[in-house]
Design a protein around this ligand. Sequence first.
Ligand SMILES: Nc1ncnc2c1ncn2[C@@H]1O[C@H](COP(=O)(O)OP(=O)(O)OP(=O)(O)O)[C@@H](O)[C@H]1O
Ligand SMILES: [Mg+2]
Length: 272
Amino acid sequence: MTTLVIASQKGGVGKTTVAINLAYSLARRGWKTLLVDTDPQGSVGLSLSEKARASRGFYDVLTSGAEVDSLILPTRLPEYRLLTAGGGDLFYKGMGQEGTVFASARGRMAELFHRIEGGGFDLTIVDTPAGVYGITGELLRFADHVLLPQQVEPLSLRSIPQMLKAVVGVDGVRGQRAGASVLLTMLQEEEPDSMELAAEIRALLPDQLMCDTRIPRAADFLKASRLGVPLGLLYKKPSATALVFDQLAAEMENELNLESEEEADEYTRLMD
Ligand SMILES: Nc1ncnc2c1ncn2[C@@H]1O[C@H](COP(=O)(O)OP(=O)(O)OP(=O)(O)O)[C@@H](O)[C@H]1O
Ligand SMILES: [Mg+2]
């Protein structure tokens, strides 16, 4: 099982959007995928369904040691399952000062990932609240790979180097350092300023850190989020924007070395 943590130093850059839609594309491609919401605001639940909003989840495991297996929700896609954030308020209230919050939750978090590991998933995608310290810092220790959405805007240029230092330097619980990929989001291809900024961000980073896929700014995102569906389900025939997440999924499969049990590519000829 591979764990992909989605994080960013800044809020509102598209983490949750990427998490929901990338998980959908990977599940459609056959990977048994668990999406874990660790944002105490419960943004995945808010985006997807009434039921998900009210469910117990990640923070209930941390505060009360609830059984994670019983909290994992199915979706219409058998390969796509969800662990919602659950009671984040209680976690932050009940556990007091920062230092002690995370120290006491560490054991339960390790147990949670251990349980998920035994749950038969190929991949766990973890959506995190903004910022790379605090709870996100703890989660990064369980990552095999970190995906870092960056909004194409001037502030990103300034904050990326510092953010990378915080993320890439984290020692994992299994003694490994996680891989990392930076994903540009909300790119406006028709705006020269936006394209120039994207080029500047690209120039700032080593090639192997950059995703080839870039997420465009598009009105469909608002619509999908309002209706509580992944972009791929917004129209009967998925839009070009929805297909961007298939491209990202293919890229991540390589990056994460997801291994399929099926025989390597067998080709079906279009005609015999
Ligand atoms: N590519 C995009 N084009 C247009 N709107 C987008 C795009 N990606 C996300 N949005 C919108 O921007 C807002 C913030 O996105 P999202 O919630 O995914 O960010 P986030 O990084 O998870 O935020 P937070 O740090 O608060 O958790 C949402 O309203 C979402 O619908
Ligand atoms: Mg979010």
